[in-house]
Structure formats: C-alpha cells, structure tokens
Design a protein around this ligand. Structure first.
Ligand code: ATP
Length: 455
C-alpha cells in the first residue's frame, strides 16, 4: 500500500494562503460543512468539471447532458425511496450530548468524552424548505440530495427529443445538499457540495458488461488527469448488504491524507428507478426496441462522483515538496488541463519599455488559456508563487527580448528553460500544454538550462 505524500494541514493551509478554498461566511465565524471556492479554486473546480464533461459527454456519441432543477416535486423523493430511506444512523452521547454517525465511528463509546452512546436512530439527511409564502406541510419541498433523480424523471423527455438508441447515457453536474450528521476532513464531507453523475441506460442482460466498462473508463479518467494509479482502489460492496434493487455496487476509493475513502460510487441499479417513477407518476417510462420489436424498461449503470472530493484528490496528488538550493520548493504538479493558470508572463523589470513589450506578449496569448501577468518582487519569488499554484509554464521577458524578440519559457516540473521567438510562443505553448516534450524546440529556439529531469 502506498503512502500519501501530504498531510491535510499543509493542503488546507495552501488552499487558504493562495485563495483556493475559504471557510463559508468566515467573517461571522464560519458555517459548518460549507465552503467557498476562491479565485484559483473556482478555476480548478471548473477545469475538473470540464474534463469530466468532455470525457463523459462531448467526446461521445452515446451521451447527452441535462441540468435539472435543484427543487423537485416532493413525489420524486417518495417514489425514489429517499423520503423513507435516505437516512444515516445517528447516535447521541449521554454525557456531552454530541451527535455522531454510528457507522463512521469506531467502538461503542463517545469519541469526544468516552461517555455512553444512545441507541442509533435513523436521521433523514434531506434538507427541507417551503415553496411559496405559506410554511405548512403542503408546501414542503426538499433540496436534492443527489442529481440522479433529475435524469430519471427526464428519461422520456430526453428519449423523445434526441431519438437516442440504447445504450445511451444522460449526464449532469450540479449542487446537492445533505444534512450530514458530522462533516469534516476539509471539503471531503460537506453539507452543500457538487456532484457529477451519469445514468447509462442499457438493455437488461447487458448490464454486467457495461458495469465493467464504466468501472474501467472511470479509473482511466483519474489516471489520465494526474491521479497516481497506486492511490486508487476498487472496493466491492458485499452482495448480501446491497439494497434490494442494486445488482452490484463498487466504490472507487482514493488514498486521501486521512486514509482510503470513497471518491466515486458505481452502481448497477436495474430498472428500479424508472419503474418506481413510472408507477408513481402514471407516465410510461420504457423503451421500444426497433430490432426486437419489444417494449422494456432499461437497466441502468450509474457512476456518481463528487466534484469537491475530486478537487481534494487532484490537489493531494499534485502536491510536492522538493529541495531546491537551501530551500524547499512547494509545487502543485497538476495535469495541464486542470491547472488554474496555464501560463504566467513575468517581465524582468517594471521599466516602461519592457512592461509595454511584456504586455504585448501577454496580449498575444491571453484568450487562448488562463494567464497571469505578474511584475512584483524578484523573479525567483515569482517562479515560486507560480509553482505553488501549479502553473505549467512561466514566460520571462527580459531586456534582450526587446532586441532579439525572444522570450524564456520555464517548465514547472523540471525547471528546465528554453528561449524561443515570440512569433512561435503561442504555437509552442499550445503544443507543450497538449503534452509535447519540453525540450523539443521550435524554429529559432535554444535550450537555456536542461538540468532537470523531464517528465
Ligand atoms: P459516504 O458513504 O461517504 O457518505 P455516499 O456513498 O453516501 O458517500 P453517494 O450517495 O454514492 O455517496 O454519492 C456519490 C458521490 O457524491 C460520492 O462518491 C462523493 O464523491 C460525493 N458525496 C456524497 N456525499 C458527499 C458529501 N457530504 N460531501 C461531499 N461529497 C459527497
């Protein structure tokens, strides 16, 4: 089993210091289980969501996306079973009155004071609110605890408007809310979080094959975006403990700073959800198979992942501390597609003629990727700052650039440097962000330093 490279305190610290994540309502002392994403955090989060959307929807012919509302008719949660079953076992300490989720604590005593615990009772974690001006039982609605039901209730809408043939999937990303009994481990378990879920509808009998397929696809997605394979594992749920409608459930677990925990769940849910909604609403939710000339209710395979848990995982695996001269260099080695800033433009001085030239260089590449222009402090400190936020490339503009129209590009991971014509800059950066070897030079380029090992 491999070890994590970073402890949580360092990650939380970096996130606050560099503006990735803040506590919600911090100036009022914070709101437990809620987090705000700062200027860099929102970029990373959007990049994660885009990478998922691209792989799951845009690059495929068998997938479409939707965005359903967070508030849904309360009957949805009756039919889905959430109103009765979406509960966690709650225990309360008879001594200090603190409450815990029974399945998340070890032993039978209070983890806080060692006191005796009450018998567990089922606590429904759906948030309730009211629709309209009257607060009574008839106006109760729930904040969705998952995005999945939005896909099931829209199954026929999507089928009719897209004329998709099985197998096909519906994907969505969005906020979900759970009134977790205890939150913690930073953004790992919160009360308001974001999910990326997909329902893949298949012909009954082909579900086992498709489960394997999606498990494999999802594992590859993490590795292709920078997660270490040895930090991922598959936890198969015991057949005897599965919900009656589930044929198979696997968690993809990740080695977080606090240990192995679920990052994503894959479930083979049979035709349960479509049938439940069909029975409760009276609307037929089935599929007409052109080839076999029969109507049937598709089975479904569901990969469900939390954006915030992905965020923490990508951050943890990107985090590196390396000796550099007499200091320690902190560097986030994000996959280029996830890095919040792709390229930083660093003029060597604030002198007017150089600044004008550097701004012109910046102008030529901004709009292509997320960039930063930084002209404060020494160049060494600026490199450190960019390393610490995971910027793959820094472009330094110096006085020589005014003469030879060339700039120095520094690679985050190897710290190697090349000097290339400004005219080649955009093309070169685009190629390198897409994976080209850093020391491969464009016409008119030269290697400045090549001491570091290239990835
Ligand atoms: P857990 O057992 O950790 O409570 P779960 O099995 O209830 O999670 P699912 O219902 O399978 O989780 O939700 C799918 C995904 O949504 C999870 O794998 C996780 O990434 C994310 N998720 C669920 N609950 C939370 C939460 N409270 N905070 C952040 N992400 C969450």
């Amino acid at each position: 089993m491999s070890e994590t490279t970073v402890n949580m305190e360092k990650l939380v610290n970096l996130c606050q210091r560099r503006g990735f994540v803040f506590q919600s309502s911090e100036i009022y002392g914070g709101l437990s289980g809620c987090w705000d994403y700062g200027p860099l955090g929102i970029e990373l989060k959007r990049n994660i969501k885009q990478a998922w959307w691209k792989a799951m929807v845009q690059d495929r012919d068998d997938m479409v996306g939707i965005e359903s509302s967070i508030l849904m008719a309360p009957q949805v949660w009756v039919a889905s079973g959430h109103l009765v079953n979406f509960t966690d076992p709650l225990v309360e300490c008879k001594g200090c009155n603190q409450r815990f989720r029974a399945d998340l604590i070890a032993g039978t005593k209070c983890p806080n004071c060692g006191g005796a615990l009450s018998e567990p009772r089922n606590f429904n974690t759906m948030f309730k609110t009211f629709i309209g001006p009257v607060e009574n039982d008839a106006s109760v609605v729930y904040l969705r605890p998952e995005t999945a039901q939005g896909m099931f209730v829209n199954f026929d809408n999507v089928l009719q408007t897209t004329r998709k043939k099985l197998p096909f999937g519906i994907a969505q990303q969005g906020k979900s809310f759970r009134n977790e009994i205890t939150t913690g481990n930073f953004i790992f378990r919160s009360r308001e979080f974001e999910q990326m879920e997909m329902e893949y509808f298949v012909k009954p009998g082909t579900d086992e094959k498709w489960f394997e397929y999606w498990l494999n696809e999802r594992m590859n997605w993490y590795v292709n975006h920078g997660i270490k394979r040895e930090h991922l594992s598959i936890l198969e749920h015991e057949k005897a403990k599965l919900a009656h409608y589930a044929k198979r459930v696997c968690d993809i677990t990740f080695l977080y700073p606090m240990g192995w925990e679920e990052i994503e769940g894959l479930a083979s849910r049979t035709d349960y959800d479509l049938k439940q909604h069909s029975n409760a609403s009276g609307k037929v939710l089935d599929y007409y198979d052109d080839e076999t000339k029969e109507h049937y209710t598709p089975y479904v395979i569901e990969p469900a992942v939390g954006v915030d848990r992905c965020f923490l995982a990508f951050l943890a695996d990107a985090y590196h501390e390396e000796p550099d001269k007499d200091e320690t260099r902190v560097v986030l080695k994000f996959h280029p597609s996830l890095a919040p800033v792709k390229v930083a433009i660093l003029p060597l001085s604030k002198k007017e003629n150089l600044a004008a030239y550097a701004k012109d260089v910046h102008q030529q590449i901004r709009g292509q990727y997320a960039t930063q222009y930084d002209d404060t402090q020494s160049i060494g400190r600026r490199y450190r700052r960019q390393d610490e936020i995971g910027t793959p490339y820094c472009v330094t503009v110096d006085f020589q650039s005014l003469e030879d129209h060339r700039v120095t590009v520094r690679d985050r991971d190897s710290m190697n440097q090349i000097r290339i014509p400004v005219a080649e800059l955009q093309k070169t950066l685009t190629a390198k962000l897409a994976g080209e070897a850093f020391l491969k030079l464009p016409a008119g380029g030269e290697v400045v330093t090549a001491k570091g090992k290239e990835a």
